[in-house]
Write a protein that binds this ligand. Structure first.
Ligand SMILES: Cc1cc2nc3c(=O)[nH]c(=O)nc-3n(C[C@H](O)[C@H](O)[C@H](O)COP(=O)(O)OP(=O)(O)OC[C@H]3O[C@@H](n4cnc5c(N)ncnc54)[C@H](O)[C@@H]3O)c2cc1C
Length: 553
């Protein structure tokens, strides 16, 4: 409970001095040319030396971030000869990998579409529901007001994605969303409502209408609550602390036939055979792309992309990641955690060390991040005691604009996150800097959530949904569109899986032939043996910590 050190606290007066003036005069929006210039000069995606072309696999030559290339140019955790594929531990119709929103939605819709719950197996790396989904704060987009339409949602999404989105995926996203809201309501999700029963809807960056639905600032937690309850009610078998580490393929058609699982507690491997496999492993924040801190949960290590790529999936837009503009810059203990965009939706402005606003708070995320990085790099940021940089997010403005008590009512998670560290956001601004937040791209999917090869053909029996899937968000995701995407494509994956099961009369064969081929490629480029993936859990043991452990033990 220590709050700001005195040196930083002194600077708050500059924010307070300009507040009245800023409240009266809205900051101008940037022109398209100004936005492009800012991105090119300051966004990490444009920084030289951070990316390289892949040297192995079906997308050889495709440029991705170095951290992604390291992961894809890495040895598998297993030696294919080590796994006895004649002994099948789990024989199911549908295998779902991951228990965030996408995985749970996929499992449920497979069941709603006719698969018996006991013919589904969900495996997950940590506990059921440990995921980025539970961390989602701000809200979920659905165009369901008379003033809005899915067409406007489409235009915003494609503009926000820098026109690189797959248009048919965006169409699926925006047209399914009003139905998905109805489904969540039927499951019992409690979204914020007006006294007349209509949704409270706020603006998100890059959106031309208010279409963000929220449950205070615990939206993801509320969505996951109802999905998990529905999943448990159906008695679906699931394994915790048992990540998938490799997919299995049938050499006859190259399609997927199951996965190798790894028990994190006992170190045992299991073989799971399935007629349809759904990858829903989420994102990659824990790769700390370009050295940024992250808002992501501990298990976000891009495992699904690694497994999918090794069986021939096309990868898209992995040369671009989302650096959310407002990560926590201070206190150090929660550095990188998210300060939801909803704060800016409700009116909090970004202000430099001199108390000057330098960007409209509701420009798209990539643009706002670039503006913050620029401000700090040019010496107009605030330096924290650990040497991190940040600018102010003027939180008290929210209560001034929307009435006293708004912060505590609409942003209880934010209030608690800071008050624990002695910072009262109803009275004081917070220090913020971009944080690695979202994997814009991933393994390419189509509107049926089928995973595609580079030639556009689906890989038989392999589906993907959620943050692991690429194409829908283009090169920059809009706020509220990820929760939307995981449910829209999770549902579609479940429906396609059920159809695939019906169409697959005989069990596909199990092999790791694709891995043997991949290993040959790794050998040919001389990848060091120590580099392994999927990494499953990040390793934060620096050299100093390791030495200390050696001394202790
Ligand atoms: C702090 C924060 C706030 C956010 N706020 C919003 C918001 O307001 N609105 C919005 O639209 N989006 C938001 N997002 C983004 C959104 O929450 C995520 O993109 C989305 O929830 C991802 O869902 P998912 O199901 O694809 O992945 P996740 O929810 O991350 O689930 C992935 C699951 O896969 C498991 N897993 C991983 N690897 C393996 C493996 N090898 N084997 C088995 N299981 C594995 C994980 O443990 C986890 O259970 C936010 C994200 C964060 C981090």
């Amino acid at each position: 409970m220590c709050g700001y050190p005195s040196e930083i606290k002194k600077l708050i007066k500059y924010v307070e001095e300009t507040r009245e003036e800023r409240l009266k005069k809205p900051y101008r929006r940037l022109s398209l040319e100004e936005r492009e210039k800012l991105l090119k000069e300051w966004h990490p995606d444009y920084k030289p030396g951070t990316k390289r072309p892949l040297r192995v696999g079906v997308c050889k030559g495709t440029v991705v971030y170095n951290e992604v290339a390291d992961l894809l140019e890495a040895w598998p955790l297993i030696d294919p000869d080590q796994i006895d594929l004649s002994k099948v531990d789990y024989d199911v119709d549908v295998l779902v990998i991951g228990s965030g929103g996408a995985g749970l939605a996929a499992a449920l819709w497979a069941i709603y579409s006719g698969v018996s719950p006991d013919a589904v197996l969900l495996v997950t790396k940590l506990r059921l529901g440990d995921s980025n989904t539970v961390k989602a704060q701000g809200g979920i987009q659905a165009a369901d007001r008379p003033e809005d339409s899915p067409i406007l949602h489409f235009i915003d999404t494609v503009g926000g994605g820098l026109f690189a989105n797959k248009r048919d995926l965006v169409e699926a996203l925006v047209t399914d969303m009003p139905f998905i809201m109805k489904w969540l309501e039927d499951l019992g999700a409690m979204f914020d409502k007006n006294p007349d029963g209509s949704y409270v809807e706020v603006s998100g960056g890059g959106a031309c209408r208010r279409r963000l639905h929220c449950a205070r600032d615990y939206t993801g937690l509320e969505i996951l609550r109802v999905l998990r309850e529905e999943f448990l009610n159906h008695d679906v078998p699931y394994l915790e602390f048992t990540p998938a580490i490799e997919l299995l393929t049938d050499p006859e058609d190259g399609g997927v036939s199951g996965a190798v699982l790894y028990n994190l507690e006992t170190g045992e491997y299991y073989v799971a055979s399935a007629k349809a496999v759904i990858i829903a492993t989420g994102g990659a924040g824990r790769l700390h792309i370009a050295g940024f801190p992250t808002s992501n949960h501990y298990g976000a290590t891009m495992d699904g992309v690694v497994m999918g790529y090794r069986v021939g999936a096309n990868i898209v837009h992995l040369d671009t990641f989302q650096f959310h503009p407002t990560g926590v810059a201070f206190p150090e203990a929660i550095r990188g955690e998210l300060i939801t965009e909803k704060c800016r939706s409700l009116g909090a402005q970004l202000v430099n060390v001199h108390g000057e606003q330098f960007i409209h708070q509701l420009e798209t995320r990539d643009v706002v991040s670039s503006a913050i990085i620029k401000e700090c790099a040019e010496g107009r940021g605030i330096i924290t005691p650990t040497g991190a940089m940040g600018v102010w997010l003027d939180m008290p403005m929210i209560d001034m604009l929307r009435g006293p008590g708004t912060i505590k009512k609409a942003l209880p998670a934010m209030y608690r996150q800071f008050i624990r560290h002695g910072i009262d956001i109803t009275q004081e601004p917070v220090l913020t800097y971009p944080t690695l937040h979202y994997q814009n791209g991933g393994i390419e999917i189509d509107v049926f959530s089928r995973v595609l090869r580079p030639n556009g053909e689906p890989i038989p029996r392999l589906l993907a949904a959620g943050e692991v899937g690429g194409g829908v968000h283009g090169r920059n995701r809009l706020m509220g569109n990820s929760l939307a995407g995981i449910l829209v494509f999770g549902r579609r994956a479940g429906i396609t899986a059920a159809k695939t099961v019906k169409e697959t009369s005989t069990r596909p064969k199990l092999s790791l032939k694709h891995l043997e081929k991949y290993i040959e490629e790794l050998k040919s480029i001389g990848v060091p043996r120590e580099r392994r993936s999927p990494i499953l859990l990040p390793d934060y043991r620096g050299e100093k910590v390791l030495l200390r452990s050696l001394r202790i033990f």
